[in-house]
Design a protein around this ligand. Sequence first.
Ligand SMILES: Cc1cc2nc3c(=O)[nH]c(=O)nc-3n(C[C@H](O)[C@H](O)[C@H](O)COP(=O)(O)OP(=O)(O)OC[C@H]3O[C@@H](n4cnc5c(N)ncnc54)[C@H](O)[C@@H]3O)c2cc1C
Length: 549
Amino acid sequence: MSKEGFDYIIVGAGTAGCLLANRLSADPGKRVLLIEAGGKDDYHWVHIPVGYLHCIGNPRTDWCFQTEAEPGLNGRRLRYPRGKVLGGSSSINGMIYMRGQSRDYDNWAQATGDDTWRWERVLRAFRRHEHHWRLDDPKTAPAGFAEMHGHKGEWRVEQQRLRWPILDAFAAACSQAGIPATSDFNAGTNEGVGYFEVNQKKGLRWNTAKAFLRPTCFGRPNFEMWTGAQVRKLRLMHDDAGPRCAGVEVLTPHGVEQPWLNAGGEVILCAGSVGSPQILQLSGLGPAPLLQGLGIKVTQELPGVGANLQDHLQIRAVYKVRGARTLNTRAASLVGKALIGLEYALRRSGPMSMAPSQLGAFTRSSPDRLWPDLEYHVQPLSLDAFGEPLHGFDAFTASVCNLNPTSRGTVHITSPDAAVAPAIQPRYLSTDEDRRVAAESLKLTRRIVAQPALAAFQPEEYKPGPQFQTDEELARLAGDIGTTIFHPVGTCRMGRKDDPGAVVDSRLRVRGVTGLRVADASVMPTITSGNTASPTLMIAEKLAGWLAG
Ligand SMILES: Cc1cc2nc3c(=O)[nH]c(=O)nc-3n(C[C@H](O)[C@H](O)[C@H](O)COP(=O)(O)OP(=O)(O)OC[C@H]3O[C@@H](n4cnc5c(N)ncnc54)[C@H](O)[C@@H]3O)c2cc1C
């Protein structure tokens, strides 16, 4: 353990934390400490793409959180996976590379009063770390592609390495239902249908630890990293100017450590949408009634800490099919499993190289929507829930989510002890609007599946079931077959100075406390219209640019 102070202490070596560690330690004059509660990413299932099935729910890689019982989900509790390992959630996620829509960022600029978040300005940050496969040979890239995408960065984006006839047919059915084909979901409007691009390199997962820590950071004398080290709380001092962050208190395998900041240094929380509000609340920064109820002294009242939780609820409709092989039956026998293993060993392709969702589509829940507000994740498999066995019949899952939910939930500690998991209440489907969109999205799924392109496979609705037809029934059934698509954001949201619910300002400084910022998915004021890993990296990239001056 170091006997010197640090200029930056980064809490959480996840998606945002690894990028920041890389950028900030590039200045040899700054001492950087990166602290991660999880272990090294040396588990083989982190790297083999299909291994997410073994990483989710596994304490070696997952915090294994659960939600409270959700009324909108008819009283069910959900598993709420969050990566607990180097790379954080980028080590266990679905690898889909998705920026969202330009309007998301224009809305952030509006919410914060800071044009730095406008689409044309965040685009530069997306491109800075991107390494897009299409630009490997720029001559073959479509015109204008290089203005939208980067090739000099560390964050590899590749095509998937397998296709499925049933997914090709679903894509054709989308086109017949009026959803155009697209070859790029990341140019500002993601409308259309196509195979997702993924963060993989040659058939292996590309997490942020590989992209940003190795070998760069590990070779730098001004960089230090602690794993298996959980930050319990912040160390706060009181100056004339108010509270100032002086360092952190960490439980390490060697006991409690208290690394401190050099003058002018900063602690940057990158612990994610559950971890960051938890640390703030444990440190006396949060809603006064919550903290007082747990006997925690309120250092700075910040009612927004842990509020504003937003997530995408995926509603998983399942269709049995005939005459098409899906993973359900391909992986059912020992011979099938052996062939899948062989294909991966020889060519790094086949189902083991598979992102959980391969085909995507963005469209509107009703024609009056100005932007696509639904995302489909289509999978050549079906199961009752992740962690349960695949069904014994051939089937595909057309999972659909409302990209702009109006339901808002909370992450609140229930104990002053950092070892106790906070209570997570997403409050899915708690607004009429969200229930209406849920019903519309299931009806749209039926319209797509009824198109001629899928007729040869005789799709038969297994979930929710064709006997349910009214909007009311469908909204209720959505609560039975809906689950998280793992995108919690917004629990330390940024906002304007006069916004009482804002936790950080538009430059990610925690309100009322010096020397402390948050830079991860929790600062998003509203959820992006797509998957949330690359928007989180963009946030970290923006902060790195400001700190580099
Ligand atoms: C199963 C799953 C599938 C997903 N699929 C996709 C996808 O396909 N595409 C996509 O774009 N997004 C996907 N996401 C979402 C995306 O991965 C996250 O939005 C993003 O990674 C969040 O980044 P983050 O930096 O905020 O948090 P994380 O990457 O979760 O990093 C937080 C880090 O902080 C550490 N930490 C927490 N508390 C402490 C503490 N007290 N002390 C020390 N360390 C701490 C954690 O262990 C973790 O390493 C998925 C997420 C999951 C879980």
